[in-house]
Design a binder for this molecule. Sequence first.
Ligand code: B12
Length: 165
Amino acid sequence: MEQVHTESPREDAARQPRRQGAGHGTADRRRAIRVLVAKPGMDRHDRGAKVIARAYRDAGMEVIYTGLHQSPAQIARAALEEDVDVVALSILSGAHNTVIPRVCKELRDLGLEDVVVLVGGVIPAEDVPGLLAAGVSRVFGPGSNTDDIVAYTREQVRLRRGDLV
Ligand code: B12
């Protein structure tokens, strides 16, 4: 990965299969939300990814940014190694229909079904249903409010951790 760790990687995560039910324990409910911000494919538009990474960080979340040009397998592997709650994919290249479902599949193949997958960038409205069917929780287009994104992300993680307050 190219850059930015807010804390050191969890090395043990790479060697062990993901815990069954991870995220549902009391301790897990209290831990800071961990977000992998990723740029899949050949897209060089990185402003949106950096805006989102900063918004999450300012909201107290732990953020790992992959940098540019990540393959679906690299993104899924990073999600496993970093033990994240959220994979936040930013894509403006037009390749979303190909790349995003592959990321979702790679995550499933690694047993990461409980990770929240969010997508943002330039995504035509007619492509959104296909991305949701592939496993994406929600798609955020240009002009999306970062407070709304942070609030939605918190809510989704809370639901997945079984914290229904
Ligand atoms: C700036 C820009 C560039 C810059 C990029 C600089 C950079 N380092 O990012 C430069 C000049 C390099 C560039 C190059 C190109 N660009 Co350009 N670019 C733009 C432009 C004008 C603005 C993008 C931007 O930075 N917006 C500001 C950021 C903050 O907004 P954002 O990324 O949309 O993010 C917001 C939301 O989408 C969302 N979000 C984004 N990511 C995520 C992720 C998550 C998880 C969440 C929750 C939310 C979220 O939240 C953010 C805040 O609201 C857009 C047009 C547009 N209006 O979008 C075209 C645009 C993206 N570019 C386009 C094109 C075609 C290109 C080029 C191919 C042009 C060329 N022929 O060379 C190249 C491709 C370069 C490459 N290899 O990728 C097209 C893409 C078309 C498509 N997808 O179908 C667009 C849409 C222009 C157009 N209307 O045709 N570009």
